[in-house]
Design a protein around this ligand. Structure first.
Ligand code: ATP
Ligand code: MG
Length: 560
């Protein structure tokens, strides 16, 4: 329940009061949550996204550098193997055609360089393997002239060729490095076959990156080297890196999941090296990080929430204390003003009472047979008049005072403001106007909506103000009455060309019994009573004045 109105506060507060402060506490909590927690949540989300992006970028760069380095290492490895072979065939002491034993000795030397070498063979220009050393002696004298690598080597400019991995005559995966040479117009080829798994072992041994998977594919996307968890040899890879740029990072969809991979094409063979994060890495790092962030965020937010609830409670407590203090103060002020009023009444009534008592005493003396004075009615008349005046003065005071205490119901009726003003001026002030040199100027606004108000009371207020205006003008002068309707407000402005007031005077004119008029002339209650009436009718009184020039009293009422 929303409670807009502050409860009437005296001592303990009731159900409505409790609702009011509960509602205030709720609003305080929401306001504090919006101020402190909302920015934090946004910050955490932003940080999360940014951190992910940063982490991703770092991982990508790392993957790319691994792919690049591994490709370089492999290139170096292959170029060394080519050099091993070309050193043999380019040696001037190379025997033509070589004997099987010589080749076997060469193979031994090659194996000392790398144990990936399986065998070695020498081919004449017709493509026949004339000499062979290695574990498959049946391959000797076989004709290779139609083999892809043999025809390929003849077609290219370079003197060497590295084949993809294939099964060949021996039906076992291997790849070939062949080097050609022309001696005495005779075309000849020395070739060795190599074991791919050895290279893989070599790569992984220098790798040291257990969370990165390395594989190698040929230009058709068939695995040349691969770990068993990714695929098998010569199987088609789901990743085929683009030809250009030669080194890069790309995204691929594997088993319905988007993953990124780094690749680098080799220089020595038409192969691409591919680096991927292993499953283990993906899971571990991300979930641990997320959990940490989540826990820290929840803990921080909980902490803030507790502080906010505590603060909101504290704020409401402070508010209750301050409201209580204010209520007590108001009470005290009310008591004080009642005291002031009582003192004022006592003072005002004491004067006429003193006059009555004095006059009564005098009359008693005059009538006393002891003094044997012959008192006539004419002797008594001035004293009786004095008593009469004093009683009327008392009645005047008590009559006005009744407005402070009487809680008579306000009876409202729609009325025409201009007609009401005419009624006061012509009806009540006719006599005043006749005897004074004061000119009354009316400036009535047209189309003023009817004002629903207590006509009798409003007349009394206007009369008070007009009387004050007459009193302020000592000789000749002018009183202007202006009625208007602006900004949905009905205004009645009464200005005079009287003596005006100083700012200090203006501060006091609404206090009861404040008067500058001669003793017996004014009670000082006119404006304070008027103020109470106008307030009860829902309006306000504005005062402007300048000393020696005049004053303007404006009554303002909200229009319907
Ligand atoms: N139009 C005015 N021009 C100058 N002074 C004014 C004007 N109206 C009020 N005052 C000052 O405000 C004082 C208080 O006015 P208020 O009507 O409350 O009492 P009063 O006129 O003195 O007494 P009463 O109204 O009982 O006859 C006046 O004594 C006077 O000094
Ligand atoms: Mg007055």
């Amino acid at each position: 329940m929303k409670v807009d109105k502050k409860p009437d506060f005296s001592g303990d507060f009731d159900r409505l009061g409790r609702e009011y402060y509960k509602d205030m506490q709720r609003r305080n909590i929401i306001r504090l949550l919006l101020t402190y927690l909302a920015p934090l949540v946004i910050l955490i989300i932003f940080f999360n996204i940014e951190y992910d992006a940063l982490l991703d970028e770092g991982k990508r760069l790392h993957l790319k550098s691994v792919a690049e380095n591994q490709a370089k290492t492999l290139d170096l490895y292959l170029s060394e193997r080519i050099k091993n072979l070309s050193n043999l065939i380019d040696n001037p002491k190379f025997q033509l055609p070589p004997q099987s034993e010589t080749l076997a000795a060469y193979l031994g030397n090659l194996r000392m360089n790398s144990d990936a070498f399986i065998d070695i063979g020498f081919f004449d220009s017709s493509g026949v393997q004339t000499t062979y050393a290695g574990p498959f002696p049946s391959l000797e004298r076989k004709n290779y002239s139609n083999e892809e690598w043999f025809t390929g080597l003849q077609e290219i400019q370079e003197r060497f060729i590295i084949t993809d991995i294939y099964l060949g005559f021996r039906q076992k995966p291997h790849f070939t490095i062949a080097v050609s040479r022309i001696i005495n117009d005779q075309y000849m080829v020395l070739r060795a076959t190599l074991e791919p798994s050895r290279i893989y072992e070599y790569l992984s041994s220098i790798e040291g990156e257990s969370d990165i998977n390395i594989s190698i594919v040929n230009s058709a996307g068939l695995y040349q080297l691969v770990t068993s968890n990714l695929g098998t040899l010569l199987q088609e890879s789901s990743i085929l890196p683009p030809r250009s740029p030669r080194i890069g990072i790309e995204k691929a969809e594997i088993a319905g999941e988007d993953i990124f991979f780094a690749y680098s094409w080799l220089k020595q063979a038409d192969w691409a090296l591919i680096a991927l994060w292993s499953e283990k890495n993906k899971e571990g790092l991300f979930s641990r990080f997320r959990l940490q962030i989540f826990l820290i965020s929840v803990a921080t937010m909980l902490g803030i929430l507790i502080v906010i609830i505590y603060r909101a409670r504290k704020l409401v407590m402070l508010q209750i204390e301050s409201d209580q203090a204010k209520a007590q103060l108001e009470h005290a002020v009310r008591l004080a003003s009642i005291g002031e009023l009582a003192a004022g009444i006592a003072h005002e009534i004491n004067n006429p009472l003193a006059v009555i008592s004095e006059e009564a005493g005098l009359m008693k003396d005059l009538m006393d047979p002891q003094f044997m004075t012959e008192t006539t009615f004419d002797d008594l008349r001035p004293h009786l008049d004095s008593i009469h005046d004093a009683v009327f003065r008392c009645r005047d005071i008590t009559g006005k005072l009744l407005f402070f205490v009487r809680k008579t119901d306000v009876s409202r009726k729609p009325c025409n403001v201009n007609a009401l003003m005419d009624g006061v001026v012509d009806g009540f002030l006719g006599h005043e106007m006749a005897v004074s040199n004061v000119k009354i100027v009316k400036d009535y606004g047209l189309e003023i909506p009817e004002l629903t108000t207590d006509i009798h009371r409003l007349q009394q207020v206007v009369l008070n103000i007009m009387n004050n205006a007459f009193d302020a003008i000592s000789n000749t002068g002018q009183i202007s009455i202006k009625t208007s309707f602006e900004n949905n407000e009905i205004r009645i402005a009464i200005s005079d060309t009287g003596k005006g007031m100083s700012p200090e005077q203006m501060n006091k004119i609404f206090h009861p019994f404040y008067t500058t008029k001669a003793v017996g002339k004014g009670t000082g209650l006119g404006l304070s009573v008027s103020y109470g009436i106008v307030k009860s009718l829902g309006g306000k009184i504005l005062v402007e004045s300048s000393l020696g020039k005049g004053s303007i009293f404006t009554l303002v009422f909200p229009g319907e």
